[in-house]
Ligand binder design. Sequence first.
Ligand SMILES: Cc1cn([C@H]2C[C@H](O)[C@@H](COP(=O)(O)OP(=O)(O)OP(=O)(O)O)O2)c(=O)[nH]c1=O
Length: 195
Amino acid sequence: MNFDTNHQLVLASASPRRKELFSKLGVPFEVITSNVEETSVQAETMKEYVREVALLKARDVAKKGKGKTIIGADTVVVFEDTLLHKPKNEEEAIAHLTRLSENVHQVMTAVVIIQADGTEEVIVEETKVYFKKLSKELIESYVETGDPFDKAGGYGIQTDGVLFVDHIVGDYNNVVGLPLASLFEKLIALNILKL
Ligand SMILES: Cc1cn([C@H]2C[C@H](O)[C@@H](COP(=O)(O)OP(=O)(O)OP(=O)(O)O)O2)c(=O)[nH]c1=O
């Protein structure tokens, strides 16, 4: 679909998956990426952590895109109150997937909208993902494909990781990195997009 906007929209993300999802709104936008250090963020809860990281990225890009509307996001995978970051090596990827096997985890994505006047809005959306029992052989052959390394939790639900999923509760796109339906709703409510 195509919507109208009189805002200059900036997607503050290097993720090709977010770019593809955001394109579905049919409005022009540019991509400006941030180079902030996510590890510096301190927070008491996972929800607060993902919110703070998304704010950090969006605020950094807002400095480079004055007068524009900035949309930034961050996605985390939470298992038993622990963050499963993008795996740094094969061992870590195998460890993540072994923990997720036959269990439920949460994928949380925070989306930040910073308007030209500096107003900030944040959405944090959660999707529960239930994994099937994964054999050691399946985990190892998946990790060998290299797919886990740019993905929180070490799997992609939009790629071969879909084979691990029994069912989800919540928005599928939230797992991929952008809760598009909630973002759309918010952009309409803020009058940034018009029907
Ligand atoms: C769980 C899961 C995560 N992911 C991805 C979504 C995010 O892109 C990534 C989490 O890392 P993020 O730090 O949220 O995003 P990014 O580094 O890709 O991009 P940027 O910081 O520039 O916005 O993991 C999937 O693609 N599929 C999945 O099933």
